[in-house]
Design a binder for this molecule. Structure first.
Ligand code: TTP
Ligand code: MG
Length: 363
């Protein structure tokens, strides 16, 4: 399906922890409420209700500072069990509307309703109904953003908070992003924002004017992502798979292998296949593991975690040599080899996987 035909909804609960507290304890209603550390502690604000936000209080602010800003506020400790229970109910509602939803945290998820026939496929009406269903089930209020990709849907859910319902159409997307302040872009953190401002990039339009070459040179691989989002392009699918912990490939050989060089070549081959899988899932990894099963079925694994994300350009020969130390490779016959990649993260940039010259090493 072309990107601009997709229908993505981003749901984000309003003042989530605080809203649960106010639901469960009526005495907290209609007054500034802060969930998090006590004012005399060294704790921070997890969240606060909208009454407290009027005083300038926000998440991650030291509770002592919040107290100075609003001494009359009520401070309560978080009750995570209650938030988890509410989260389960919210996810049940999502499942009633699509099986393609991706929770990002307890109070937030993307839903792909592109192929839904409810409300003749109107994503806005579906979102409105989801908000109502969430309220009926939890007495909590959600905001919804609707658009044709994740990046825009997430921005949209923030536009009309609280109790928001906001649509960014395919016709509006590009212009919408152009007019946005750079600090409002999800995926552009404080440090990057500062750097961009130093280059005179204040808005989406300023970002759009920058060449891909400049963005890559200045911001590394993330430059590609910035180049895309400045044009309201975001191909990321809504991913409903349970997060995989590792991505791997292994092969059992019809005839045992033995030579050190042969093992090394095989590991490169398997690594390349694992990297391809990783890339297909839009993930990056920091840990590489190898598995060796000797002819007598004795099995060992070795792994190494790198300080940076694994990329094809790395010197894997030395990494593998290192992992093969203190093994019997070269001395004992091997019936199976495997390579797996773990410490996975979603990659913000679409890194291009380049097919390496594959030579069929399987004997
Ligand atoms: P958010 O959705 O960022 O915030 P929120 O739901 O409280 O408020 P709103 O969406 O209306 O702006 O985070 C969801 C919950 O996650 C929040 O209620 C508390 C928790 N949280 C923290 O514990 N620490 C934090 O720094 C943030 C941002 C959130
Ligand atoms: Mg929220």
């Amino acid at each position: 399906m072309p990107d601009h035909c997709r229908k993505i909804i981003h749901i984000d609960m309003d003042a989530f922890f605080a809203a649960v507290e106010q639901r469960d304890f009526p005495k907290y209603r209609n007054k500034p409420l802060i969930v998090g550390g006590q004012p005399n502690s060294r704790g921070v604000v997890a969240t606060c209700n909208y009454e407290a936000r009027k005083f300038g209080i926000h998440s991650a602010m030291p509770s002592s500072q919040a107290y100075r800003l609003c001494p009359q506020a009520v401070f309560v400790k978080p009750r995570f069990e209650a938030y988890k229970q509410a989260s389960v109910l919210i996810r049940q509602v999502f499942a009633d509307y699509t099986n393609l939803f991706e929770p990002l945290s307890l109070d937030e998820a993307y839903l792909d309703v592109s192929s839904s026939t409810i409300h003749q496929g109107s994503a806005t009406l579906i979102a409105k109904e989801i908000k109502q269903a969430i309220f009926a089930k939890t007495q909590l209020i959600a905001s919804a953003g609707i658009s044709y990709n994740k990046f825009l849907a997430k921005i949209a859910s923030d536009m009309d908070k609280p109790d928001g319902l906001y649509l960014i159409t395919p016709e509006q997307g590009v212009q919408f992003v152009e007019s946005m302040a750079i600090g409002k872009f999800h995926g552009i953190g404080k440090a990057t924002e500062k750097k961009m401002r130093a280059y005179g990039i204040e808005t989406g339009q300023d970002l759009k004017k920058q060449s891909l070459a400049f963005l890559l040179q200045t911001f590394g691989k993330a430059g590609q992502h910035y180049h895309n989002i400045a044009r309201a392009i975001d191909h990321r699918p809504v991913n409903n798979h349970r997060e995989s912990k590792s991505v791997g490939v292994e092969t059992t050989y019809p005839i045992d292998i033995r030579k050190h060089q042969q093992v090394l070549d095989q590991l490169h081959y398997l690594l390349n296949k694992a990297l391809k899988k990783l890339n297909d899932k839009k993930l990056t990894a920091q840990t590489v593991s190898i598995k060796i099963k000797y002819h007598d079925f004795v099995q060992i694994t070795r792994s190494q975690t790198l300080s940076v994300s694994i990329s094809q350009s790395m010197d894997f020969t030395s990494i593998f040599e290192n992992l093969l130390k203190n093994t019997d490779v070269g001395q004992r016959n091997i019936r199976l080899l495997g390579v797996s990649l773990s410490s996975l993260h979603y990659s913000s940039e679409t890194f291009k996987y380049q097919q390496m010259d594959l030579f069929d090493l399987v004997p």
